[in-house]
Design a protein around this ligand. Structure first.
Ligand code: GTP
Length: 602
């Protein structure tokens, strides 16, 4: 295919604005999927994606489209549609998918209007110099207000309301016209066919049967099936086992792929870390001198301890994490032990959704029952003697004289109907947010921009936002820098011993609230012992809250009035059973359920 006939585009949209449905319709219209094999959300491969209706991994599809107008009418264009993940945690993947395109279809639900991720994705598209085609979707809905939202959209990107296309991914209305506009308005790829090859990896997926499948966009030169390829970030050289295009099923390419084309390659590597998103592929025999810009190592932002409820599942948990890692370059973990929870792992995630997805996959696909400790961010602690520590687990907070603590921040964008501005400001201020600016997108829709500590966002912020705005506000954020803050570590002590799973790093103004609520919660959950058990919350050696579990003398047999021996035995058995699930914190016996209950409601 000559570059002039190629159009590389992606669809960007807020979650649920209908990206997958529109993509399905395009597959059908261009004839690449047989109507009999068509199923909803054809491109979302993982079950969990389909069930939650979200797209985690991007995919690329090549579709032919016959030009219907102008000089080239009757000629075939090649459309490469690159599906992008829609959630904040995967911004880096989105930005790589965008970098593989010349244009973006900006899809907005005609019954909802612009939302936070519409904006975030639009800004990313603009940073990548993409041509943006504004499209209102779901115009078949009775509640659709295409006129109103065309104004909003036109105002946002600086075009005329009439330039916004109107489509329905569901009925297919207007989708053929959209394909025409894609061919007409998007620039063809430009690149140097004769230069040393440079192709950018925009996705890398582990497949049980084929190993890692790497999706690339050729920028310069070409890749042929017999080439030996080289990864520019690591210098690793691989033989190509297969080279092809997805349409959307994989089709081997005998001729190879050239400037502007999008394809996949398989080299037999078994781990996506060896074929990383953002890296540049070149040909070993004639390597490019300089890699394409923009490569970033994925960096975990949120950590949580994951422990099997049944301690004997630990090896299974390790195997499951090893397997998930093959497909997820951003997942990191290392073994950790906790006095309260036993053997587990400290796992690093890109964000909260990433955490939720991994936890759910571990439970569902691998049948594991897990406890997760409260998520925390990464802190940088500077001591008075100048030494520094990076803290990914509150229980490893350094002791000694601390000079400064730094925490990561985000730039958050909240979009909301006018009526909820007050409620949102109150929420954000309570979370140490600093207002950066506020803009009216239309008479009744406001954009609020904040700098906020990431640690405050991962703690039920999204739920609070939704409940205070009846679900109308939307949130997006990107990683900001770090800031110094008045943070302290609060320990929870049982009979003088700290329970590692409950240590938390919190702002000093919130330390007291955290300490009293945790102590009160545990007081209700911990059974009485033979002796009195004080529960204390402390910052260093200073106790800030205290509760007490009073002593009892427990005699289970006292309840059975002599007689029935089998009943007595049953009761003793039951008690033994219970003991197995007891954890010792110092001298105190605590049923594991108490820890689970305390963690799940915190
Ligand atoms: P993510 O992948 O999670 O970002 O979602 P998405 O943008 O791909 O949305 P999806 O295609 O899953 O559609 C979300 C919901 O809107 C689904 O229930 C669709 O059936 C519905 N939907 C999508 N397009 C249309 C449309 O044109 N009209 C109507 N009435 N409903 C639509």
């Amino acid at each position: 295919t000559f570059p002039g006939a190629i159009r590389n585009f992606c669809i960007i949209a807020h979650i649920d604005h209908g990206k997958s449905t529109l993509a399905d319709r395009m597959l059908q219209l261009t004839g690449v999927v047989d109507p009999r094999q068509m199923r909803a959300q054809y491109l979302d491969r993982m079950d969990i994606e389909r069930e939650r209706g979200i797209t985690i991994k991007s995919q690329a599809v090549r579709m032919p489209w016959t030009i219907r107008e102008g000089e080239r009418a009757g000629e075939q264009a090649v459309l490469n549609m690159i599906d992008t993940p829609g959630h904040v945690d995967f911004t880096y993947e989105v930005s790589r998918s965008l970098a593989a395109c010349e244009g973006a279809v900006l899809l907005v639900d005609a019954a909802q209007g612009i939302e936070a991720q519409t904006l975030a994705n639009l800004y990313l598209a603009m940073e990548n110099n993409l041509t943006v085609i504004p499209v209102l979707n779901k115009i078949d809905l009775p509640a659709a207000q295409p006129e109103k939202y065309a104004e909003e959209l036109a105002h946002l990107i600086g075009c005329e309301p009439d330039d916004c296309l109107r489509v329905s991914g569901k009925t297919g209305m207007g989708v053929d016209a959209l394909l025409d506009v894609i061919v007409r308005q998007l620039p063809a790829p430009v690149g140097d066919v004769d230069a040393p090859t440079r192709a950018m990896i925009f996705d890398s997926v582990y497949d049980t049967y084929r190993g890692v499948v790497t999706y690339v966009r050729v920028i310069d030169g070409r890749i042929e099936p017999r080439d030996k390829i080289k990864m520019m970030s690591t210098g690793a050289v691989h033989e190509l086992l297969e080279l092809g295009v997805s349409s959307p099923e994989p089709v081997k390419s005998a001729k190879g792929i050239s400037v502007g084309e999008v394809g996949y390659l398989i080299t037999g590597v078994k781990d996506v870390r060896q074929s990383r998103v953002g890296d540049t592929v070149t040909i070993n025999a004639r390597p490019a001198k300089e890699a394409l810009g923009g490569y970033k190592d994925p960096k975990p932002m949120v950590y949580s301890g994951l422990y099997p409820i049944d301690g004997s599942d630990y090896p299974e948990l390790r195997d499951a994490l090893d397997k998930l890692k093959l497909n997820d370059a951003a997942l990191t973990y290392e073994p950790e032990t906790s006095a309260a929870l036993g053997f587990g792992f400290r796992v690093g995630f890109l964000g909260l959704l990433h955490l939720e997805i991994i936890q759910e996959r571990l439970e569902r696909e691998f049948g594991l029952d897990l406890i997760a400790t409260a998520p925390n961010v990464v802190y940088r602690v500077v001591m008075e003697d100048g030494k520094e520590a990076t803290v990914t687990n509150p229980s490893e907070y350094p002791v000694g004289k601390i000079a400064e603590v730094h925490e990561p921040t985000v730039r958050a964008t909240v979009l909301t109907p006018n009526d909820y501005v007050g409620a949102i400001m109150e929420l954000c201020q309570g979370r140490r947010g600093v207002l950066l600016g506020m803009d009216y997108l239309s008479a009744d829709r406001v954009e609020l921009r904040y700098t906020m500590p990431l640690g405050e966002i991962i703690f039920d912020f999204f739920d609070q936002l939704k409940s205070r705005t009846k679900g109308y506000a939307s949130l997006d954020y990107e990683v900001g820098g770090e800031q110094q803050a008045d943070l302290v570590k609060v320990d929870i002590l049982l009979h003088g011993d700290a329970v590692d799973a409950f240590s938390a790093i919190v702002h000093k103004d919130k330390a007291y609230a955290y300490g009293t609520s945790m102590a009160a919660k545990l007081q209700k959950l911990i059974p009485r012992q033979q002796f009195e058990v004080p529960i204390q919350a402390a910052i260093g050696s200073r106790v800030i809250a205290r509760e007490t579990v009073r002593a009892i003398r427990k005699d289970v047999l006292a309840k059975c009035y002599g007689g029935d021996i089998s009943r007595k035995r049953k009761l003793l058995e039951k008690q033994k059973e219970g003991k197995k699930r007891m954890k010792m914190v110092g001298r105190v016996e605590v049923p594991q359920e108490a820890f689970i209950a305390a963690l799940s409601t915190s």
